[in-house]
Design a protein around this ligand. Structure first.
Ligand code: SAM
Length: 370
C-alpha cells in the first residue's frame, strides 16, 4: 500500500533530486547506484527512517529477532575462535552491519559470562546507518561495560589497523547494492532506473562498466544476472583487517548455478510490512531492498583476497553443529512456566524453517586455516 501522498513508484522530492543528481546525462542510473541512494542516503534512504525496519512493527524479521538462542550460539562459536588461537589478549569480537544491536546484545551478554577476568576483550560494532547505530550504541555500551569489555564503534572494521579477532555479519551481504545485468543475443545490458515525470521506471543500456572477478556465466537471452560488487569488496576488507581469526557471514543466497536456473528474472525484492511488493521499484526509499547473495562470486572474492574457506554450509546445519539445540534447551530450562518452554522450542523451529535459504560462509586466513 502506498503511503498517504505517495504513489507507489514516486520517490520523495529529496530522493528524486538525488537520483537526478547521480544519473548519467541520458538520465540512466544503474540499479546498484539507485539502491545505494534509496537505502543508505542518511536523509532520504530507507535505513535513515525513524521506524525500526526489523521486527513485528517493521518490514522484516532477522534471526536475532526470533530468540536469544541464535545470538548465544553465534557467541559460543566466536568464543571458540578465541580458544583456537590460544586465548590471545587483547582480542577483538566484531559485528558488521549490526543494525540496532539485537544480535550484538545477545552475543555480548553471552561472551561476558564466559570471559576470564584477565582477558582484555573489545567488542567492535560497525554499522553504517547513523540512526540505527545511535540506537544500538545506547543499548550496547552498558551491556559491554557491565561485562568488562571495551566497546568501540569505528566507521569501518579495519579503522584501528589489523587485529586478532572473531567477526560476524548477519544479513549484511543481502542488503548491499546489487548490479543487475540482462543477457542479450550477443552480449549484456545493464539494468537500472530512470525518472519519468517524477515516477521511477525501469531502464537499460548496453553494458559499458567493467565487471571484475569471475567471467559472467553462460545464460540464455533474456535472463537477469545479479551480483554485488560491494559484498565482494567487504570480503576483501575483512581479509585486510583480520590478522588472525575467523569471519562468519550468515545470509540468504546460493551458488549462482542454483539461482540463475530458478530465478531467471533475478532475485531483488522490496519488502514492506512483511510482504514482498509486486515490483522492486515500488515505494522507493520506503521499502527494504535485498537480493540473494551470489555466493559464487563472494567465495571467489575471498579466495582471491587470500582468505581460506573454513565452512560453506546451509545455516541450519551450521547452527546445529555449533550447539543451537543445547542453547534452546538452556533457555527453555530458565523459563518459569511450561508455556515459556514451549514458546522457546517453537521459536527455534521457526528459526530453522523460516531461514531455510540461508547459508553460512566462514573465512579464515592461512595462519588460522582450521
Ligand atoms: C538487513 S540489516 C541486518 C541487521 C542485523 N545484522 C540483523 O541481522 O538483524 C543490514 C544492516 O547492514 C547495515 N549496513 C549496510 N551497509 C553497511 C556497511 N557498508 N557497513 C556497515 N553496515 C552496513 C545496514 O545499515 C543495516 O543495518
Amino acid at each position: 500500500m502506498a503511503e498517504a501522498g505517495h504513489a507507489p513508484h514516486r520517490p520523495s522530492e529529496g530522493l528524486a533530486h538525488l537520483i537526478q543528481r547521480w544519473s548519467d546525462p541520458d538520465g540512466f542510473l544503474p540499479f546498484d547506484r539507485y539502491w545505494e541512494l534509496a537505502q543508505f542516503d542518511e536523509e532520504e534512504g530507507y535505513y535513515a527512517r525513524l521506524r525500526s525496519p526489523i521486527g513485528t512493527a517493521g518490514d522484516f524479521y532477522t534471526a536475532p529477532s526470533v530468540g536469544s538462542f541464535f545470538g548465544w550460539t553465534i557467541a559460543d562459536h566466536l568464543f571458540e575462535g578465541w580458544v583456537e588461537l590460544g586465548r590471545p589478549s587483547p582480542f577483538c569480537f566484531a559485528e558488521i552491519g549490526g543494525g540496532e544491536g539485537q544480535l550484538a546484545a545477545d552475543v555480548i551478554e553471552r561472551l561476558a559470562e564466559r570471559r576470564p577476568e584477565s582477558a582484555e576483550w573489545e567488542f567492535r560494532f560497525v554499522e553504517r546507518s547513523q540512526r540505527r547505530r545511535a540506537r544500538a550504541v545506547e543499548r550496547l555500551r552498558p551491556i559491554a561495560e557491565r561485562g568488562g569489555m571495551q566497546f568501540t564503534v569505528p566507521e569501518s572494521l579495519g579503522e584501528g589497523g589489523p587485529f586478532a579477532g572473531s567477526v560476524v555479519a548477519n544479513e549484511l551481504l543481502d542488503a548491499l547494492p546489487a548490479r543487475r545485468l540482462r543477457r542479450l543475443d550477443g552480449g549484456w545490458e545493464e539494468l537500472g532506473v530512470l525518472l519519468d515525470r517524477g515516477e521511477l521506471v525501469p531502464g537499460s543500456r548496453p553494458l559499458t562498466r567493467p565487471v571484475t572477478g569471475p567471467p559472467l556465466p553462460e545464460l540464455p537471452p533474456g535472463a537477469v544476472y545479479e551480483f554485488s560488487p560491494e559484498a565482494e569488496g567487504f570480503v576483501r576488507e575483512v581479509a585486510d583487517s583480520l590478522l588472525v581469526g575467523r569471519a562468519v557471514f550468515l545470509d540468504y543466497g546460493a551458488l549462482e548455478t542454483h539461482w540463475t536456473r530458478t530465478a531467471t528474472q533475478g532475485t531483488v525484492v522490496a519488502l514492506r510490512s512483511h510482504a514482498a511488493l509486486a515490483d522492486p521499484l515500488a515505494e522507493p526509499g520506503r521499502s527494504d531492498l535485498s537480493s540473494w547473495v551470489n555466493f559464487t562470486r563472494v567465495r571467489a572474492a575471498a579466495q582471491s583476497a587470500g582468505m581460506v574457506e573454513r565452512l560453506y554450509l546451509p545455516q541450519r546445519e551450521a547452527l546445529v553443529a555449533w550447539g543451537l539445540p543445547e542453547r534452546v534447551e538452556e533457555l527453555a530450562a530458565a523459563g518459569s512456566q511450561e508455556a515459556d518452554r514451549v514458546r522457546v522450542r517453537l521459536q527455534s523451529k521457526q528459526l530453522l524453517v523460516r531461514f531455510e535459504n540461508f547459508q553460512v560462509l566462514e573465512l579464515g586466513n592461512e595462519r588460522t586455516a582450521g
